[in-house]
Design a protein around this ligand. Sequence first.
Ligand code: 6PG
Length: 510
Amino acid sequence: MPQQAIADVGLIGLAVMGENLALNIADHGYKVAVYNRTTEVMKKFIARENPPGGLVGCESLKEFVAAIKKPRKIIILVKAGAAVDAVVKQLIETGIDKDDIVVDCGNSLWTDTIRREKEYADKCRFFGSGVSGGELGARFGPSMMPGGHPDSWQHLKPIWEAVAAKVDAATGKPLEDYAPGKPVIGGVPCTAYIGPNGAGHYVKMVHNGIEYIDMQLICEAYFLMSHLLRMPANEIGEVFTQWNTGELDSYLIQITADILKQPDPKHEGKFFVDYVLDTAGQKGTGKWTSTSALDLGIPANAIAEAVFARCLSALKEERVVASKQLKGPRVVAYRGKKDDLIAAIRDALYCSKICAYAQGFQLMREAQKEYNWKLHFAEIASIWRGGCIIRARFLQKITDAYTRNPDLVNLMLDPYFNEQIQQAQENWRKVVVVAAEKGAAAPAFMSALAYYDGYRSARLPANLLQAQRDYFGAHTYERTDAPRGKFFHLDWPEKNRPQIDIIPGSGGGH
Ligand code: 6PG
């Protein structure tokens, strides 16, 4: 039991992420006070993992608070939602100081973080930091997205920079040399101050929205190879291994290759993935990203499509019934050249991925206006190069794009990405056509293509839509032959007297 303040930092919540982050911090020479609501969990952790003495086990919050040097830095890693408030309130009751920094490292909703910073302002300095990378990331180097008061960040920065994943300064490649007690030395840390209040959690949320669509695109590529080409899982795994040597090189492609080659532990000669039930779960961050896109009016349709694809997958029983009643094309197998279709699927995945990231970054651009943040997009892309779930070679290219032009309106307009889509789009279209023809659901490939074609259309059918709105609701419209911002209303046929009324400065009717 610690008698005095000996710990550099405290951590509450010893589920696997909390345990691993505590060990990671200790590996970097910091003494970490740890506390868990169930004392037994803490005791087992200390007994199992504390040989070098970097951890200080605390049985009560009083002991925990007393064990940390002031101003205290306290990391909370508990389930997002009510548990975070409960822990902060307990800390306040226990007696933390106004200067102490309480950091929520869970997947919290950014508006909760904004609210908490205000609500607890006269009791402590509340701070929110996104942390990505799963268990292994937390243990050996996550990507960290800190948001809160800049003064608090100055206190946290040395720890965050020490424990975050590192990438090579020249190439942006992750330096992954995992070994307990032997942290990676050198490299650029995958963390940077994102902005005040909820900015860190917002950016982490968008990371997760992109994670959803990245995963869905990979799943569609797998589905098409399996469904149209009848390829067994391990053979598809080989394709992913090969893709992982090029532009698609990423953590998610790499683990997909591993998963597809994994034999099933119960069925000799069979593959694990074929025995996993096809219903996806979700904890909400993809939905939050999509909701935010709807609130801000940003067309992040591919990201939302990935969320809906999970929702559709969850309707397993309904789908089984419908599969016997709703008819599709009779012959589903592809009769063209297998290698050509595989190459086309790769291109469809790549182009769709560019669109998905374009949507995520476009969303962050809009959010910064709404919340008065000044987001640094090159830096955000750069801290996603290592540690996080979406880490990929591709993120170096995004870093380069926003370094070239920090005000880039849309990633697809960057010369590099523009050219990449030019080269691959024919194949992308081919895949969408084949999928539609053969009745194979590929919603994210299709949705991303609709985004691309919509975005590059100088004229969309919204002229008709506005006319419809004006017809039934006198919602007004703008004209192609009048300046923007001038609104008109047509006296519709029931009066049989077409006549244009100008509605000065109208924002669009009722
Ligand atoms: C990460 C992950 C992590 C978590 C997801 C899972 O960045 O490390 O995103 O935060 O695994 O939230 O989300 P779903 O359960 O919604 O798939």
